[in-house]
Design a protein around this ligand. Sequence first.
Ligand code: MN
Ligand code: MN
Length: 493
Amino acid sequence: MEIKNADWYDLLQDTNWTPKYVTEEELFPPQLSDPYGIPVSEWETFDEPYKVTYRDYVKTQREKDVGAYSVKAAVSRVDFYKQADPGWKAVLQMHFGAVPFLEFGSVSAFARITRFGRGPGMRNMANFGTLDEIRHTQIQMYFAYEFLSVDRAFDWCQKGLNTDNWVIMSERHCFDDIEHTRDAVTSAVMLNFAFEQGFTNLQFVALSADAKRYGDFSFATMLQTVQSDEARHSQIGEPLIEILVRNGRKEEAQKLVDISFWRVWKQFSALSGIAFDYYTPLAHREFSLKEFVQEFVTTQFLRNLKALGLDKPWYWDEYFVPDVETYHHAQQIGIYMYRDTEWWDPIAGVSPQEREWLEKKYPGWNDTYGKVWDVITENAAKGRTERLTPTIIPVMCGMTGFELTGVAGSKWNVKDYTLDLDGRRYHFGSPVDKWIFEQDPARYKNYYGFTDRLANGMIPADEGLFEYMGMSPEERGTCGMGFKWADPVKRAA
Ligand code: MN
Ligand code: MN
């Protein structure tokens, strides 16, 4: 007689018991488990959408790994990399320096939810999530390792996390906030719901589609195996939010989503947005960041949010929607110009044909960001390299850790949103970033961002600045195309 999983699953997954040797409070301290005071009987209603047994889990994961590793073994990755377009190289260099350490961070966040979550089903799902994130870290490190012999940018896959490079600092400030410094309930809302459901599709489904079009099949397959795990474990968020809303905690749940959605959006916009709209070789590019956001965020995520009884974040129409069309264009200018402070070799991505594509996807691009690129292009075409490396350190947002930017050219609207607290002035790139700070000043106020550290003399100037960031001369980014992108303009002049 065969016993089906459904016949025993509910019985076995019920792992709550009454502790004898310690109190309930000692076993699940509220500040780590549930500061919202939801009754245990409510937590026991947590019904995980994916019911997986360990045996099935291992079998499926093994198949995924076999698939990804065999595609990798079939193609010589090193030869592929050597011949790759400079834009695609930039995608890989940036991805492998920026993403695997976040996967590693997620291991600890999931482990905390596994240990301190109050719902048995929640702990079950988080347990598999912990194993998923270990796999994501390992497979990506393994894939990056292969390129080490040809490009030391891939050293940053291991090294990045331990440096105070400004891009890494920006990522850490965001993910430390949402993943590492909160109780099991709060971090699950922020991590599983806002970050994973909201955005991982962008990096893993959208980028994987670009990779396939470009012919990078092993990267595409690897990304797909990662995303299939994300699709499962991110669903911890839904029953969790249902429980919060049902127990009178809608307002708190909404605020957690509003904070984390914006924080993660800024990271994805600046990093994935540039990869989609500037680095992916034009001939293989199909959708813009804006179109990917339309599909995965505006449609899918918003629908899920409303189905759970939450509202769209308060800033959606006024700040998020315009940000989708602007933020990454502004960041791309800074990322390209300050390239020697980055571990990857950025490209400009603004040849005449690329500009046509940008104008088509983002009407008005030529008249705004295009104006800035006109000047950079002229300098590049005339070989004025000294004007292609800024010597001034920009003001950075105290929340995102990215440059303060706005719309350039004819619609100039750059503004510094400031806040004074205990004798210190804080700078923010948007009213939303400032609002997040105001929700919990004690959490954020003692942090010194990159510009603050420079201004306070915590970071030495000139060469010392690179040493502070852990960047030897060979590790600093240079124009991935050696300024050759300006050649058509040079010829036309
Ligand atoms: Mn992951
Ligand atoms: Mn994940």
